[in-house]
Ligand binder design. Structure first.
Ligand SMILES: C[S@@+](CC[C@H](N)C(=O)[O-])C[C@H]1O[C@@H](n2cnc3c(N)ncnc32)[C@H](O)[C@@H]1O
Length: 893
């Protein structure tokens, strides 16, 4: 750990930190019947602070029954009985539930609103306006009815369901003026409507046409916005109208400030010096961490004493544990190894590959080039620009987010680096592999056309990459056919690699491009093979710091069984494998699990098992298998091998989590897997037959229409084991696209990057070590540690419950990219419980609850179990120039 790069946090309490008025208010609100008891406890604890807080919060008992009777404390109550009694708090704020505070808040909000008010010009060149704050569920008809009812004259009105923005075109200035006047006095669905200038995207400013009238439809075939007509269904119509669809549906763009650019949106902290960015992150993390203490205090049952860490939190400014600062990123610029560029139209109507300038829900769909975004590498920018140039001449339309039509949707550049520490300023030279993923929507588009366009695209990308100086690496081009509305394609979305034609480089030599649909990167000197949809941290060098910090805190030893929960390609488990007895990785993305297996093999690591399944589906079962059944073979593979020999009638479902199995003596593999609805993918030495190894290497390259291994698997509707290349045979979409692209798909040459001899060697070693492998599996580990690294939403409550209620897990390291969900999960892990868990009271709508509120609610029904305590926390900055960073928190019990 490089201590000089850590920003130390002064743990001494400041007056503000120590003062947490919300505790006082909500203690009463949350505690229900036991509130009086809790209040007494609070009173005692508050001691000297009490005087300072006297009557600074409203009494909720009094409020419920004003005028007496509601509060039994009478005048002695420390809370104010009414607004008149209320005193300002030591920091000069008012109880947020009081009328005073609400009034203040309103006037501040109004002032802020005035400050940010959007420009509304009243002149003849600006007759298109957008209305902001409309009910989301409104359609164009609702908007028109509303305008008609208000007596507003207009030329056209459009509204897309799901957005709070609508567009209105006026005939003249008078119409604009009177509309603004009327709208300022009226609200729609109880909300005030704001009027702002709408920015036309096209250079050629055609007047807006109301497409809902049949007449205008005939007059202007380019207009589809607001029309409920489905997407054009035949490919010929689509091509004829391709340009029209784009232009028409992106005529206006609401709310985009003319000065807003991609840099501001993608890297909002880029204007600050890097040290200030770290300071900024540190202070927001401190605030979020304090929420853990506050919420655990609130959720702590009355019958149970507050845990020590809550009692001592005041000494460290309300923090749940020591926050050890933010570890800086070794690379600050161009660090992203994966960039997902949107494809769409710019404000000027140009086909653009870059970033959206805002949120679709606000009506913003404009895409701007990734200019001056310091987190993007030169290579990614260059590829975005090459692809953008190609799109200018494509006969297929770019994706339109308003109508959900178009073909080209997203362009992703993933980079792989060579091993070794990169010099921060020379990161580009380290990039040796590039995977390009082109997301399209092939619905209703002519197959021949698609084929031609893909051929042209691969030609352009490869030629331009070779023409660059220094030339751009290009390892693979993969097409993802996604027909859903959001760009986030599901994991089983069809993926097909394209052949990369051989082209001549500047020296006249033919560059042998091979299309292996994976790239490689290095962490802690281990080589990681990454398939197109597998997660890999975007800042590899900072990720190395993150994993080593997590490993240090996990306090591992050769007798440790490490659960790597949400393991992705196995990065954490594999980098720590040499420090533990065994790793069990759990991951739901099948491609990532195959990668993890492969990564174990190519790095010669033998003490890791990877399980494919949702953690919430498999965790309970795995804990039982590894920790609760000493007389049994400890790994699931043994059950697989036993092939049902352990059948026992005593196998029952344990409904405590609805998933786990309970068995007095034994459990069968089939039951285990069926019940867990998970697929175990194990690197058992015996299983590494040639056939198994085939699934690790790509099939022969074939661009001339001969059937590849890939295609034959798809044709026969069976799983070819390449989760990442062409997804499951049961997926009809995959079959569609594989048919469409029959001549465009290509497999890869046999493991060009992995040394086959090395793999064979590992294989042989594994075979000879197979018995050792089994022995390890049966072994009982005395030390059990979980490292969890969930996605932004955090861990599923079932996983939290499994970890919390299993007494053998004494240490848990939580890595989080979202401190809010970390705090919510930590509330459930750390709040004491009683032996009489309550079911949640009342019928509170969970949709309206904060994540912390929801966690408090859930903890009430947590089975009685020893809580964890937060021990230390630290952040690692994986995302310079943005507000995000990764948080690591150690919990013990
Ligand atoms: C933040 S990534 C961490 C991956 C890995 N630890 C790494 O650092 O490379 C989260 C991973 O969790 C996986 N995931 C998401 N939800 C999951 C679930 N319910 N069960 C298991 N894995 C899940 C994702 O596919 C993703 O690979």
């Amino acid at each position: 750990m490089e201590s000089e790069s850590v920003m130390d946090v002064d743990a001494s309490p400041t007056s503000n930190e120590e003062f947490q008025p919300s505790d006082l208010v909500s203690v009463e609100e949350e505690a229900g019947d036991g509130a009086a008891e809790k209040r007494k406890r609070e009173d005692k604890e508050e001691g000297g602070r009490r005087k300072a807080l006297w009557k600074t919060s409203l009494c909720s008992y009094y409020r419920r029954q004003p005028g007496g009777g509601g509060c039994s404390h009478g005048d002695a109550c420390q809370y104010a009985h009414g607004e008149a009694e209320l005193r300002p708090r030591p920091d000069n704020t008012w109880d947020p539930t009081s009328q005073r505070a609400k009034k203040l808040l309103k006037s501040e909000a109004l002032a802020a609103e005035e400050e940010d008010s959007l420009p509304v010009s009243i002149d003849a060149t600006s007759l298109d306006k957008c209305l902001i704050g409309l009910p989301r569920k409104w359609t164009s008809d609702n908007l028109k009815n509303f305008l008609d009812a208000q007596g507003i004259l207009y030329k056209m009105a459009k509204k897309k369901k799901g957005m709070s923005v609508g567009f209105v075109g006026f005939e003249n200035i008078e119409q604009v003026k009177s509309a603004i006047e009327v709208l300022n006095e009226n609200s729609a669905g109880g909300k005030q409507i704001k009027v702002a200038d709408a920015v036309r995207r096209l250079h050629e400013k055609k007047p807006l046409v109301d497409v809902s009238s049949d007449q205008s439809k005939e007059q202007n075939t380019e207009s589809h916005l607001g029309s409920d007509d489905p997407t054009l269904s035949t490919s010929s119509t689509l091509i004829d109208d391709a340009d029209a669809v784009e232009k028409d549906t992106s005529v206006v763009e609401g709310l985009v400030s003319k000065t807003r650019n991609a840099r501001d949106v993608v890297t909002p902290l880029a204007h600050m010096p890097y040290n200030d960015q770290l300071e900024h992150k540190k202070s927001s993390l401190l605030q979020i961490l304090k929420r853990l203490t506050r919420n655990a205090r609130k959720a702590c049952p009355d019958a149970v004493p507050l845990p020590e860490w809550i009692n001592t939190s005041r000494e460290i400014g309300g923090l749940p544990c020591k926050f050890e600062g933010v570890l800086d990123s070794p690379v600050i610029n161009g660090y992203r190894n994966k960039c997902e560029f949107s494809v769409g139209c710019s404000l000027q109507g140009k086909r653009t590959v870059g970033f959206m300038l805002g949120n679709f829900r606000e009506g913003i769909t404009a895409v701007e080039e990734p200019v001056n975004c310091p987190n993007i590498s030169r290579i990614s920018c260059k590829y975005a620009s090459i692809f953008q140039d190609f799109l200018q001449s494509s006969v297929l339309p770019v994706w339109n987010r308003i109508n959900n039509t178009g073909f080209w949707r997203q362009f992703t550049v993933r980079e792989g680096r060579r091993p070794g520490q990169a010099a921060a300023e020379n990161l580009d030279n380290q990039i040796t592999e590039v995977m390009l993923i082109v997301q399209v929507c092939s619905s209703g588009v002519d197959e021949e056309l698609i084929k031609n366009e893909f051929r042209r695209m691969t030609q352009v990308l490869t030629q331009e990459a070779t023409a660059c100086s220094p030339l751009l690496p290009l390892t693979t081009i993969v097409v993802q056919d996604h027909k859903g509305i959001s760009n986030a394609a599901p994991a089983d979305c069809p993926l097909l690699p394209l052949l990369i034609p051989k082209v001549e480089d500047q020296s006249g030599l033919e560059r042998p491009y091979v299309g292996e649909a994976r790239i490689h990167d290095y962490i802690s000197n281990l080589r990681f093979s990454i398939s197109p949809t597998a997660f890999f941290q975007v800042n590899t060098l900072a990720a190395e710091r993150l994993y080593s910090l997590a490993g240090d805190w996990a306090d591992l030893n050769s007798d440790t069984l490490l659960f790597d929960i949400c393991c992705g390609t196995g990065t954490i488990g594999l980098t720590l494998a040499h420090r533990v007895g065994m790793v069990v990785g759990i991951e739901m993305n099948e491609s990532a699990v195959s990668d993890a297996q492969r990564n174990a093999v190519i790095n010669g690591i033998e003490n890791c098992r990877f399980v494919c399944g949702k953690a919430e589906d498999v965790m309970g079962t795995l804990l039982k298998q590894y920790l609760d059944m000493p007389q049994q073979h400890g790994i699931v593979s043994d059950f697989l091998e036993s092939n049902g020999t352990n059948q026992d009638d005593n196998v029952k479902n344990d409904n405590s989590d609805g998933l786990t199995l309970q068995s007095d003596t034994s459990t069968s593999a089939d039951d285990l897997l069926a019940n867990a609805s998970a697929k175990e993918i194990l690197m058992l030495p015996e299983e590494r037959t040639d056939e198994k190894l085939d699934t690790l290497v790509a099939p022969e390259q074939n661009f001339d229409g001969n059937t590849t291994h890939e295609e034959s698997c798809i044709d026969h509707g069976k799983d070819n084991g390449h989760g990442s290349l062409a997804n499951k045979g049961s997926n009809n979409d995959a079959n569609d696209l594989s048919g469409t692209l029959k001549n465009c798909t290509a497999g890869c040459e046999e493991t060009t990057h992995e040394n086959p001899e090395r793999i064979e060697m590992i294989q042989n070693n594994c075979i000879s070590e197979s018995e050792k492998g089994k022995a390890e599996a049966i072994r009982q580990f005395t030390d059990v540690v979980a490292i969890v690294d969930p996605p932004r939403v955090g861990l599923h409550p079932i996983v939290i419950k499994s970890l919390r209620t299993h007494p053998r897990i004494r240490r848990l390291v939580y890595i989080s990219c979202n401190p809010e969900s970390l705090v919510a999960n930590a509330i459930e892990l750390c709040t004491p419980t009683t032996d009489k868990p309550e079911k949640g009271k009342g019928n509170r709508s969970w949709r309206n609850m904060s994540s912390a509120g929801l966690a408090r609610y859930r903890v009430k029904s947590m089975p009685n179990s020893e809580p964890f305590r937060p021990v230390r926390a630290m952040a690692v900055d994986l995302f310079p120039h943005t507000p995000h960073c990764e948080m690591v928190m150690l919990f013990e019990r």
